[in-house]
Design a binder for this molecule. Sequence first.
Ligand code: MN3
Length: 201
Amino acid sequence: MAFELPELPYAYDALAAGGMSQETLEFHHDLHHKAYVDNGNKLIADTQWENSALEEIITGTYQADAVAQNGIFNNASQHWNHIQFWEMMGPSGREMPSELSSAITDQFGSVDAFKEAFVAAGVGQFGSGWCWLVQQADGSLAITKTENGVNPLCFGQIALLGCDVWEHSYYIDFRNKRPAYLTNFLDNLVNWENVASRVSG
Ligand code: MN3
């Protein structure tokens, strides 16, 4: 199935009050995400993956020891990651549903402790990548960080929340201040209703 760039689920200026500018979303969605779509389509053409579902391409091409050289995987995974990322933010859904805050508190001690650990994972990802709140196969929650486009699908986990820590995601609004970008992401950009809707069971 050819990759398609989805529209943002909100207006380009909808997150500006939360600290993600229209300029960032224009660059990030219209140029960076679009490049993964266009490059991915070129790479899967005339291969065994041409008609596969996106998730199948990601899990089928992931090789833990060869991420950097793996063009189909990198573009497919980054396409999927950005679709999730846009949906995980929003101008609404800002209140954390009580079932989610209970699950987070049970796992991490408190919502604040979760936020601290999530920011630490994003700051600790050396170079480009993502940090995640995932649900593992046994139902428990965990915080992870991944390099480049690697994502929770590679490990059989559900992505509840992901934050893009590639510089293109924060350099316009936060310059080199990745910790401030991550803290602001959690406090002012996440659509917690979307995150809660991803929890299984
Ligand atoms: Mn990005």
